[in-house]
Design a protein around this ligand. Structure first.
Ligand SMILES: [Zn+2]
Length: 187
């Protein structure tokens, strides 16, 4: 177990090998200033109040008492499981969650949204990030599709461009991410 963990750690570290902290991807939390928050399973650019835990434990989170969480669905599910087991109590969580989804995966399903709501009772902002955690697309407060990061094309994500401006006013292109079953059905 220790061996595999170390292998995983060295693989993750090599992804960002030589990267200066200022070169790491930033979180882009939907509120500014962001509340005290914990980023789980990723090393992002340091900023005030943002605590990154590429690897974390229940005591670490209990000590920090984050007001918001960011991480993959699986990381958040682990937090919910620990809270359900009575091992962890995050009493200050009250700001939106940021959920990281890899580009090859389907965006959060309605079922997963329901699970997150049952677990945390907080709004969710989904972000599409690659293995190096660079931001490819993100949900704005309008929750009507995803905005694309500079240089990302809809075809990169198998996404369909949405017409018209976004109610949030952002100028970045806006797309609908197709779920694999929707993609299959359209062929
Ligand atoms: Zn928008």
């Amino acid at each position: 177990m220790r061996l595999s963990l170390n292998l995983l750690r060295s693989a993750v570290e090599s992804e960002n090998a030589g990267a200066h902290p200022s070169e790491l991807p930033s979180l882009e939390y939907p509120l500014f200033p962001p509340p005290r928050l914990a980023v789980l399973g990723a090393e992002l650019r340091p900023s005030p109040g943002t605590h990154c835990f590429p690897y974390w434990s229940a005591p670490q989170l209990a000590q920090l008492q984050p007001m918001a969480l960011a991480g993959s669905f699986e990381e958040l599910a682990n937090v919910a499981r620990l809270e359900g087991d009575g091992v962890l109590l995050l009493r200050d969580l009250r700001y939106p969650l940021v959920v990281f989804t890899p580009p090859a995966a389907a965006p959060l399903s309605d079922e997963r949204h329901d699970q997150l709501w049952r677990w945390f009772r907080l709004p969710v902002f989904e972000q599409i990030r690659n293995a190096a955690h660079q931001l490819l697309a993100w949900e704005c407060e309008a929750h009507q599709g995803f905005h694309l990061s500079h240089g990302v094309l809809p075809s990169h994500l198998g996404a369909a461009t949405l017409p018209g401006p976004c109610p949030c006013g952002a100028k970045e292109a806006r797309v609908a991410l197709l779920r694999p079953n929707a993609l299959a059905a359209s062929f």
